[in-house]
Ligand binder design. Structure first.
Ligand SMILES: C[S@@+](CC[C@H](N)C(=O)[O-])C[C@H]1O[C@@H](n2cnc3c(N)ncnc32)[C@H](O)[C@@H]1O
Length: 395
């Protein structure tokens, strides 16, 4: 094992970014450290040694139990690279169900009370996994359909093209609070609520990892899928665990989005592939990861505080709209003066428009350095950031 560790330090080149462990290490408390980890071993054994209530989110892509008994050929007589790996073979449904019960129970113990679990599968296994999941007391929040824009045809022409996989998203405890980045997801989706049908191509092209020209892993998932999953229900710094790590797609997305991760994988060859892959991922800059918050939950900042904190000077001209000629002057007490009328940003706005107005987005100031008008809401946001840096705001 030591050789393996050293080998991986070399693969990682300069700074080791992931520590690779054997599951035989005695002190599994190391798995709660801040370091990202890939653990070589059986996921049930490893998880059973981990601390309870320690993981924020689990993404699991378990064996499908495809039960492929014979080779698959295309009409042009080339062989299909199918999922016929040893790790996907189970004697019967009962053995597969027991396996599902064991790993899902282990996951449940190590998930934090407000943690959530994702499982992905196909029609071969997802119904069985879903049933075990519910029996164990998980509460399903959504099922998501990953529609493959480039599915593999049914070469024998005897069934429909199998063009999707299903993801189950469940919480450990029914009714517990959990992370759901509703506002960020809306932002990602052109201001529309994110739906439960997701369209991504199968992993291919440059993204597909290869060893000697062949696929490095038969079921490598697209990075975009894991990127989306992490955006849904995790925040920067959260600990994500993947018990069936394979080529390390979960680790790659976690590193990119600055989440911490633990990956468990039974096959040494895949551990090597994942380690190399993740070493090549550069995390996104922290400034680009700020999640969208719910505006209704943001701390209140009254207009007058912009003046008290010198974000606006008394006497400054504000414009009612980006292009309009209607103006008002900022007064020292936080009111606005317009042609002898005095009132708050909202009251004067209502007078001009004869209807409800949000003064924060209706009034604009002129930014000298940029030569452009901006809504005063921008100053409010800057003031919030300034005050929270000073520790004056409770969020
Ligand atoms: C469906 S693949 C996961 C692929 C992965 N999501 C990716 O994008 O590369 C399942 C993986 O689980 C591993 N595996 C199967 N049984 C396992 C077990 N009991 N403990 C740990 N890993 C296991 C297999 O070796 C295989 O790499």
């Amino acid at each position: 094992m030591l050789d393996f560790l050293i080998l991986n330090q070399r693969l990682i080149k300069q700074k080791p970014v992931v520590r690779v462990f054997s599951s035989k290490i005695k002190d599994m408390n190391q798995t709660t450290s801040d370091e990202d980890q890939i653990i070589l071993g059986d996921c049930i054994e490893v998880m059973n040694q981990m601390e309870s209530d320690s993981v924020d989110m689990i993404f699991a892509d378990p064996p499908y139990n495809l039960q492929l008994r014979q080779a698959l050929w295309r009409p042009n007589l080339t062989q299909v690279e199918a999922v016929d790996d040893e790790w996907d073979k189970f004697d019967d449904f009962a053995t597969y169900d027991q396996f599902s019960r064991d790993w899902l129970s282990a996951c449940k113990r190590i998930l934090k009370p407000n943690g959530t679990l994702w499982v992905i599968g196909s029609y071969h296994n997802i119904y069985r996994v879903g049933s075990v999941l519910q029996d164990l007391g998980y509460w399903i929040l959504n099922d998501v359909v990953w529609v493959k824009s480039n599915p593999m045809p049914n070469f024998r022409g005897v069934r429909l093209t199998n063009a999707h996989e299903t993801l189950l998203w469940a919480q450990k405890q029914k009714g517990a609070s959990y992370t759901f980045n509703h506002h960020s997801l809306k932002m990602m989706n052109d201001d529309l609520q994110m739906r439960s049908d997701w369209y991504f191509p199968r992993c291919g092209g440059k993204e597909r990892l290869k060893v000697n020209g062949s696929r490095a892993h038969s079921t490598q998932k697209p990075l975009a899928l894991l990127y989306r999953v992490m955006q849904v229900c995790t925040n920067e710094g959260d600990l994500v665990l993947d018990p069936f790590f394979g080529s390390g797609t979960t680790g790659a997305a976690a590193r990119l989005l600055r989440r911490r991760f633990i990956g468990i994988e039974r096959e040494e060859a895949y551990v090597k592939i994942a380690t190399e892959r993740i070493a090549g991922v550069t995390p996104l800059g922290e400034d680009f990861l700020l999640a969208q918050t719910n505006p209704r939950r943001e701390p209140r900042v009254p207009f007058g505080e912009l003046i008290e904190n010198s974000f606006l000077q008394p006497g400054t001209t504000l414009y009612f709209g980006e292009k309009s000629d209607v103006t008002a002057q900022v007064m020292a007490d936080g009111s606005l003066m317009m042609n002898g009328n005095r009132g708050s940003i909202h009251q004067l706005g209502r007078k001009i428009k004869s209807g409800p107005v949000n003064g924060w987005t209706a009034w604009y100031y002129f930014d000298e350095t940029r030569g452009k008008r901006y809504p005063i809401d921008r100053l409010r946001q800057k003031l919030r950031e300034y005050l929270s840096r000073k520790g004056d705001l409770e969020s």
